[in-house]
Design a protein around this ligand. Structure first.
Ligand code: UDX
Length: 455
């Protein structure tokens, strides 16, 4: 893609939601827009701060003092969103005011691009009369789940709007069971807190002048159509973001690349890659079921055992000696891996994932079939897409060692899993078509760059 003309030497201010699964896609998008000639400023809370040395081409501005771990709890979605928006709004506004005062005539700020979970940025953009662009780093359907599943009780009766929206949904959207998703979230948080958050985020999206989504049209055609019906803003489905800036790492943890040489020694498509992303945690008992499921499957595995994965325990401590022996024979364990490189490696034949959206897209792009075990939030929605609509993965219903063995062998070697393996390959081809000249994401990216230049 070529750079645009003179007019777009403007500055884009990004607002980060400070968790790995959000930092990666935002910086990947920023890298792409920088390549199109825009100047980039990344504003972020001082918590899980992105490493500026990975991006010397950007300006990084922390908008808060160091936030203590006690204020933010990875996995407490509602609590974290509330705290971060409360703490960041004023400092972000002050920071924007300072930037606007010093504004460089050749490099004026043209808009604010914020993770929708940092909705306070749209409030600030409104006050400063700057365009705000909402960035959704997860599936497009999650935007519908805010709108349809968490309707604002002040607009219409809660139940009636939910039902009327659900009736309007196509079969595809109905099979995502957004209503059930709502029920699962309701048990975790007080309904009022969920409704309040829904109202705030939906109102920010309504005020935004564009919505950028990390998705591909062929994956979520119906959700995208519905979103376009609901919101006035232009929609840009320009994913997968990780293919926009494939060479840059944004990891908060050190990647252990030794696992690549281990993979080099394994047979093609023989290894199950196992990772539950950057936030999920499990009990010691659950960890043991995973470990024995892997050992008893009799297949090679590469497992990311991230610090913090087991609640209240040191990393390998809960694993029995006999399992560690199995690892020496047939496995490899690392604390954090270069995931995209692993998924692209010819020895990897399957991915056991929690179905975070980034992991889901990264797996699809490499044609790797998935074994899915969601833990919270949008992961349940992603599993429905992967296992029931796209059929490029199998759902693991229970974390129990015998069930795990059966599921792993079905995914990796048994004849029963052949259709899923085949479809995963087809989906990889479709993903490639989106990205090449004339493909849906390629065209949408060009439209996005032109749209921003028009501000
Ligand atoms: C969070 C939520 O849990 C998820 O549901 C939501 O969709 C996004 O935000 P996370 O749990 O970290 O994200 O999962 P995911 O979206 O898959 O993102 C993890 C990222 O970390 C991926 O880009 C993956 O490539 C990277 N990763 C993971 C590594 O680089 N190395 C690893 O060892 C593991």
């Amino acid at each position: 893609m070529e750079k645009l003309g003179e007019a777009k030497a403007s500055r884009l201010v990004f607002v980060v939601y400070p968790f790995q699964g959000h930092i990666n896609p935002m910086l990947q998008l920023a890298t792409f827009l920088h390549s199109k000639g825009f100047s980039i400023t990344i504003t972020h809370p001082q918590f899980n701060s992105p490493n500026p040395s990975y991006h010397p081409e950007f300006t990084f501005i922390p908008v808060t003092n160091n936030l203590s771990e006690s204020k933010l709890l990875p996995g407490d979605l509602l609590g974290d969103i509330k705290v971060l928006n409360k703490i960041c709004q004023l400092p972000f506004e002050l920071c924007m005011n300072k930037m606007l005062e010093k504004e460089d005539r050749d490099n004026p700020i043209s808009c604010v691009i914020y993770d929708v979970l940092m909705h306070c940025a749209q409030t600030v953009a409104n006050r400063l009369k700057l365009p705000g662009i909402a960035l959704r780093t997860s599936a497009a359907a999650t935007i519908l789940s805010y709108f349809a599943v968490f309707p604002n009780p002040l607009e219409k009766g809660f139940g009636s709007l939910l039902d009327s929206m659900a009736e309007e949904f196509s079969t595809e959207l109905q099979s995502l069971k957004l209503k059930e998703l709502h029920a699962s979230i309701k048990t975790e948080y007080p309904p009022d807190a969920v409704l309040e958050l829904r109202a705030i985020i939906t109102s920010a999206i309504k005020d935004s002048s564009a919505i950028i989504i990390n998705t591909m049209s062929y994956l979520e055609r119906e959700a995208l159509t519905k979103i376009q019906d609901i919101f006035n803003a232009s929609i840009f489905p320009v994913g997968p973001f990780h293919k926009l800036a494939p060479t840059v790492s944004n990891s908060l943890l050190q990647e252990d690349r030794s696992c690549i040489s281990w993979l080099d020694k394994q047979a093609p498509k023989s290894v199950l890659y196992v990772s539950f992303g950057s936030i999920v945690s499990m009990t010691e008992d659950e960890l043991l079921e995973v470990a024995w499921g892997l050992a008893n499957s009799e297949l090679p595995f590469l497992w990311v055992l991230r610090p913090g994965l087991v609640r209240g325990s040191d990393l390998l401590e809960p694993l029995p000696e006999i399992f560690k022996k199995r690892v020496e024979e047939r496995g490899c364990i690392v604390e954090w891996a270069p995931q995209q490189d692993l998924l692209a490696h010819s020895a990897v034949g399957g991915f056991w994932t929690h179905c975070g959206w980034n992991s889901t897209l990264e797996s699809i792009c490499e044609g790797v079939p998935m074994l899915c075990r969601p833990f919270f939030g949008d992961q349940f929605l992603n599993v429905r897409y992967v296992c029931h609509l796209w059929r490029v993965g199998l759902e693991l219903e229970e974390l129990e060692r015998e069930k795990i063995v059966k599921a792993i062998r079905k995914l990796m070697v048994d004849g029963e899993g052949e259709e899923v393996r085949q479809r995963a390959v087809e989906f990889k081809e479709k993903a490639k078509l989106c990205q090449i000249e004339g493909g849906s994401s390629y065209c949408s990216l060009n439209d996005l760059a032109e749209h921003i230049s028009s501000y």
